[in-house]
Design a protein around this ligand. Structure first.
Ligand code: SF4
Ligand code: SF4
Length: 363
């Protein structure tokens, strides 16, 4: 349970030195995509911050999102649980079970009313409450009951954020996302299948540091991590701009590391931080391993057609679109990217969500 101590006190109790604390703050500032000059402000805020109680609910999911959290390298999972937050309920990670586990959830809600965070992975079945239950309670009822006194809800993974794989056609359970159920509490979407662990902890770190939620895009995703497309930050982008594409996974272009657009990469329409934060302790990300982006942090990615089908060319001829973008002579891919940015910009101005499907339909 939340001890009431400040984070500074907790870390000192754990024997963390001032130098270690500043190192921790630097990692947190980096996770929140803040400039290096903000480390002192982060340190001052964290010194006084009280650990929020976190209740983690898992519904129709595969445990991949929790697996991702356990790969969180900065800070470590132990640091996350013991230092930054009080993780009071988590089916997979808690020692308690049965009645004791449910008691822990109720106690955390009562003691931290109005202040605790609810993290959800997995979608919710509306087709029949009996499709997924925990302790005899349907997922929908448990979510409604638990968010009642929450400060905010974080929907982790594409299942919780957008319905994900359980919602893929024919959607046998009538799966819906968290934001389709929770209407009276702020909901932050952290999509990805699974989401990048540093992004999960980055959102928690932001709440801890500033006592509030980060700035969100039109789909409820934190802009610091989802503001750019994979394509915007991809190291293969120079090949794309020159029109140098792999045509198959074993041709010369693939061996030379050229752009994967023509073998189905969805990077131009996918917002996420894979190209910058990378995975496995910053080792790599799918495109660096030779496979195109699947678009897993966008709504309906599973139903958006083959992972290996290239995105369609935009409306009009490539030359017309390229001319519109004042990019005469550039590759078809650059024109597609410009076209998609234009669509997103227009939708943002109107506060409308844009899906991968919308972008393909306009082609
Ligand atoms: S988003 Fe992906 S990894 Fe997370 S629970 Fe759903 S299917 Fe599993
Ligand atoms: S299409 Fe894919 S591989 Fe090519 S530059 Fe864009 S994100 Fe990178």
């Amino acid at each position: 349970m939340s001890s009431g101590k400040t984070l500074g006190e907790v870390l000192r109790d754990q024997g963390v030195s001032r130098r270690g604390f500043l190192k921790f703050c630097t990692a947190m500032a980096s996770m929140m995509a803040l400039p290096p000059g903000s480390v002192a402000a982060v340190a001052a805020a964290l010194e006084k911050a009280r650990r929020p109680s976190v209740i983690w609910l898992s519904f129709q999911e595969c445990t991949g999102c929790t697996e991702s959290l356990t790969r969180s390298h900065t800070p470590t999972l132990e640091g996350l649980i013991l230092g930054q937050v009080s993780l009071d309920y988590h089916h997979t990670l808690q020692a308690a079970s049965g009645t004791a586990a449910e008691h822990a959830r109720m106690q955390a809600m009562k003691e931290n009313h109005g202040k605790y965070l609810v993290v959800v992975d997995g979608s919710l079945p509306l087709g029949n409450p009996g499709y997924s239950t925990i302790a005899g309670i349907s997922n929908v009822e448990m979510l409604k009951e638990t968010v009642e006194g929450a400060a905010a809800v974080i929907a982790v993974g594409s299942c919780a954020a957008f319905g994900g794989i359980p919602m893929a056609q024919p959607n046998p359970t009538g799966a819906v996302s968290v934001s389709q159920i929770v209407k009276d509490r702020p909901v932050v979407n952290v999509p990805g299948c699974p989401p990048i662990p540093v992004v999960i902890t980055g959102v928690l770190a932001h709440f801890l540091t500033f006592g509030g939620l980060p700035e969100l895009d039109e789909l409820g995703r934190p802009l610091a991590f989802y503001g750019d497309t994979i394509h915007d930050r991809c190291y293969r982008r120079p090949f794309y701009d020159q029109g140098l594409f792999a045509e198959s996974f074993d041709d010369e272009g693939a061996r030379k590391g050229w752009c994967l657009f023509k073998v189905g990469c969805k990077g131009p329409v996918t917002h996420n931080a894979c190209a910058t934060t990378k995975w496995n302790d910053g080792t790599s990300f799918p495109i660096e391993s030779g496979h195109g982006c699947l678009g897993c942090s966008e709504p309906n990615f599973w139903d958006a057609g083959s992972f290996y089908k290239p995105l369609s060319a935009p409306t009009g001829t490539i030359n017309q679109v390229a001319a519109g973008a004042a990019l005469g002579g550039v590759a078809a891919g650059a024109a597609v990217a410009w076209h998609n940015r234009k669509i997103r910009g227009e939708a943002r101005a109107k506060h409308e969500p844009v899906t991968l499907d919308d972008l393909e339909k306009s082609s």
